[in-house]
Design a protein around this ligand. Structure first.
Ligand SMILES: Nc1ncnc2c1ncn2[C@@H]1O[C@H](COP(=O)(O)OP(=O)(O)OP(=O)(O)O)[C@@H](O)[C@H]1O
Ligand SMILES: NCC(=O)N[C@@H]1O[C@H](COP(=O)([O-])[O-])[C@@H](O)[C@H]1O
Ligand SMILES: [Mg+2]
Length: 393
């Protein structure tokens, strides 16, 4: 029971991170009459454009975060990206604030080391072999133990930033420098992983709510340079692969706890399913659920957060998503081809409304449904190709 937004009885949700995923969370929260507050590091971020109010601040600055949260006193603090002052979230939770799904989940997944050590070393989940390195010399040692190719990633980054596949010793220094430039925080540390030749990779959206743990049908995806290009649902898997995937998802999400949606990233190999990483929040590849499910991953997240039941999750149709990325930096541009994209059958677009482009920045996504996944992928690809960015500067 709660009152209307902007009244003293309102239920208030504060988002830390206000990108395209947060924008959909805000819209779903508003459908349920919840007051929304969006925070990010830059003005006019996508979710800020939809929320009731917003704040621009460095989210790695704990004191700044605390000031906003103490002023707003939200019912739910909802992290939307990894790079936030999670130590402060741990303190705030101790003081009685609700962090979604939990402050510990946000803290552990903030960097790749926390979550990888928990998954592989504490829970014994199967993963790629890995090492951590703080210097180029340590990287050389790690790579010599793991062999080539290996994958190098800053421990704090997302959407493939700073990530590269290193094919030989000669490339190590370049990969190191690339990781140093791409990390979101000042931390120097990197993870080096053995290269997994997977058959496919999936996201298993797993939602923890008052109704228990539920899984969405698996989402297959293709990534380029560590960032997703297209996703589709359902991804075809054997009964045994689904059982392995759900068992891994159950273990990691039970360990992290709380209410909300998790995106469990898994590699399907001929020798079984490997855990890759987990987002304690909606997943970019899960945007496809806006075209395929009765409740999208965003609607599920909000329902779970508010403590409402999720009796069933229905897949209404096969579907696919395909991204539009910018290829240069600009603050004056227009997105065209929307009409052409929407002329394709069973197709929608989401234009995120980011104020600036950067090389590789995701600006929009096309969503298509069809009677089978192949057709949906083809239509979503055509729709994304119809979209284009015209730059003024
Ligand atoms: N060890 C590996 N072997 C083979 N491919 C890998 C490996 N690690 C990562 N990749 C590829 O790179 C992609 C991105 O990696 P990862 O998910 O770790 O990065 P990320 O920056 O957290 O991405 P996101 O934020 O989009 O989830 C994976 O989805 C996979 O395609
Ligand atoms: N893989 C994680 C992911 O997709 N996160 C989404 O991208 C936004 C950042 O985009 P930006 O870097 O373009 O500002 C985040 O705020 C989130 O919505
Ligand atoms: Mg990932």
């Amino acid at each position: 029971m709660y009152g209307s937004p902007l009244t003293s009885n309102a239920r208030k949700l504060l988002l830390l991170g206000s990108g395209e995923l947060g924008k959909e969370v805000v819209l779903e929260a508003q459908r349920l009459g919840v007051e929304t507050i969006a925070v990010d590091r830059y003005d006019n971020a996508p979710a800020m454009q939809a929320a009731h109010r917003s704040y621009t601040t460095d989210m790695l600055d704990g004191a700044a975060l605390r000031r906003i949260i103490e002023q707003e006193r939200p019912d739910y603090i909802v992290p939307e990206i990894e790079a936030i002052a999670t130590e402060t979230l741990l303190e705030l939770e101790k003081e009685g604030h609700r962090v979604i799904p939990t402050a510990r989940a946000a803290w552990l997944t903030m960097d790749r080391e926390g979550i990888r050590r928990l998954a592989a070393e504490t829970l014994g989940l199967p993963t790629a072999p890995y090492r951590f390195a703080d210097t180029l010399d340590e990287l050389r040692q790690a790579a010599s133990e793991l062999g080539f190719p290996c994958v190098i990633k800053p421990i704090m980054s997302s959407s493939g930033k700073g990530q590269s596949v290193c094919r030989s010793e000669a490339e190590l220094e370049t990969c190191w420098n690339y990781a140093m430039e791409g990390g979101r925080a000042k931390k120097q540390r990197i993870i080096v992983e053995g290269f997994v030749t997977f058959e496919s990779e999936i996201t298993l959206l797993t939602v923890r709510s008052v109704s228990g743990t539920s899984y969405c049908p698996p989402i297959g995806h293709v990534q380029k340079d560590g960032d997703y290009i297209e996703s589709w649902q359902p991804h075809e898997m054997t009964g045994q692969q689904i059982a392995q995937a759900e068992a891994i998802a159950l273990q990691i999400t039970n360990e992290l706890g709380g209410y909300g949606i998790y995106g469990v990233e898994l590699f399907i190999t001929k020798d079984g399913v490997l855990f890759s990483e987990v987002s304690p929040r909606p997943h970019d590849t899960g945007m496809v659920t806006m075209a395929t499910q009765d409740l999208s991953e965003f609607a599920l997240h909000v329902r779970a957060i508010l403590g409402f039941p999720i009796p069933t999750i229905r897949l209404l149709t096969p579907g696919a998503s395909h991204t539009l990325k910018a290829d240069r930096e600009s603050n004056s541009f227009r997105i065209g081809g929307i009409g052409e994209a929407l002329a394709l059958p069973n197709t929608q677009v989401r234009i995120f409304g980011k104020p600036e482009t950067k090389v590789g920045r995701r600006m929009a996504v096309a969503l298509s449904s069809a009677s089978d996944v192949e057709q949906a992928r083809e239509t979503a690809r055509l729709a994304a190709e119809a979209l284009h960015i015209e730059y003024d500067n």
